[in-house]
Ligand binder design. Sequence first.
Ligand code: FCB
Length: 470
Amino acid sequence: MNERSEPTNRSSNEIRFPEHFLWGAATAAYQIEGAARDDGRGRSIWDTFSRTPGKVYQGHTGDVACDHYHRYADDVALMAELGLRAYRFSVAWPRIQPDGTGPANPRGLDFYDRLTDALLDRGIDPIVTLYHWDLPQALGDRGGWTNRDTAEHFATYATAVYARLGDRIDVWTTLNEPWCSAYLGYANGLHAPGEQDPAAAFTAVHHLLLGHGLAARALRAAGARSVGITVNPADVRPADPQSAADAAAVRLVDGLHNRIFLDPLLAGGYPDDVREHVARIVEPTFIRDGDEKVIAAPIDLLGINYYAPSYVAGRPDGAGNGAYPGTEGAVHFLPPAGPLTDMGWMIEPAGLTRLLERIAADYPGVPLLITENGAAFPDKPGADSPDGPTQVIDADRIAYLDGHLRAAHEAISRGVDLRGYLVWSFLDNFEWAEGYRKRFGIVHVDYLTQRRTPKASARWYQEVISRNGL
Ligand code: FCB
């Protein structure tokens, strides 16, 4: 049925997205591929971290994950069945350079070659992320992102991937969520490599940004036409909108979460207030002349990952948050309130509208793409019946996605140049420190049998895509 031919039937809350709006889904290598030892893949910091007792729920690892490495053809067929027009995946650096440097491993590249061709055969646009957190362990041993050389190595690796896939892939993104790599990896230690050293975290921020800049430059020199980066900007809100102390707390957290990345990327350099804050924790000798120029080279798109807002209050007795060095004694982070997802994250679609509008206003001129949005819920698969396979009726996920798509649409109608939406995630997968116990997929994965079952949300999304709206 072609909905567009029946305008009289439309209810008032029906919405349509712009023509050519890109609909798709996202995943990341370590979270789905498995095949941890196949075809010469080296070890990554996540292989090490997941084997470190106490770091990941019940010691889960990405060794097998969704076995996507072997099942990619069926997975791509399912994407096509669901009508996805774009698929964002990441390349595992340790498959391409097992030790992070040196010649590219052709067998590692072969996998992404096959995946790319399978996607193109089905008319699905591949969107590449070059780094979704699986740093080769050999580079981790040399300090990881606290070592400036890692930024240079990243550009070399990016060039090797481009050399193989650049003829078929249009959209290239460098990093996924450098905030997580730097602060969860080096400040509060929740993610690999699990360090708790604020000075290291700020050093990593800079080297990640530098790595982005060097890789973007290398990709462009090699001929890439669309180069971007994905960030996870926070919608930071004051507990009390009237309070000056809360406004100051918002400013501080916004600086550490958002402007420390977005200003160098899109406004020419680090903001003064953030520089001053960082300098109280570590002397920023790691920022060298010319670095900011490299980081600020124009990009063609900015990927936005959005899940939840955060609320803060300015308080001298505030405990702060280990992920935001220097907020202790200044900021109280409010516990999430209201409806929550299975991650304990607030459900607040309006935060997405605010965030998109704010980025469009403060950093004008760069097209935006929602590279991740979605929710974990404790899905309860029904039993198989003689009439058909397991059903997963995930009404809560549908409601979450519906609310956030409406919020995205609202931003578009207020003038934001939003080009597309990629749901996180195509499959249930390895949710980092939470292991397999949190399910974000629109497709259910039975980890014992590797059977895929599209959830009700997948069928709903299929319908959204075919209508280009809700
Ligand atoms: C994002 C990550 C992604 C996934 C979602 C839930 O921070 O980029 O890999 O874990 O959160």
